[in-house]
Each structure stands twice: as structure tokens, then as C-alpha cells.
Design a protein. Structure first.
Length: 53
């Protein structure tokens, strides 16, 4: 029982910390352009291929 009294507040605190980090990343614009990175890997940059045919 003493272990639960110690672990439950720690688990709740870590959950709130994760939720705060998620909201901070939303406010910071981390998830604004979800398609840009996916499309960027499809673009063939000719300048990056030195020495390839």
C-alpha cells in the first residue's frame, strides 16, 4: 500500500508533464506542416548527386 501511495502521484505527474509537453509543441508549431516532410523526400534534387549517373 505504501508503494501505491508513492507511485500514483508520480504517474499522474509524469502524465501531466507529457500533456504539457504536447501542448507546448502544438503552440510552438511542431505539427503545422504535416505534408511538407512527406513530400520533401519525393523531390529529386539534382545538386545532391555528385558523381552519380
Amino acid at each position: 500500500m505504501n508503494g501505491l501511495a508513492f507511485l500514483i502521484p508520480i504517474a499522474l505527474g509524469m502524465g501531466l508533464l507529457g500533456l504539457a509537453a504536447f501542448f507546448w509543441s502544438m503552440k510552438d508549431g511542431q505539427y503545422d506542416d504535416m505534408d511538407g516532410a512527406a513530400n520533401r523526400i519525393l523531390i529529386d534534387d539534382e545538386g545532391d548527386r555528385e558523381g552519380e549517373p
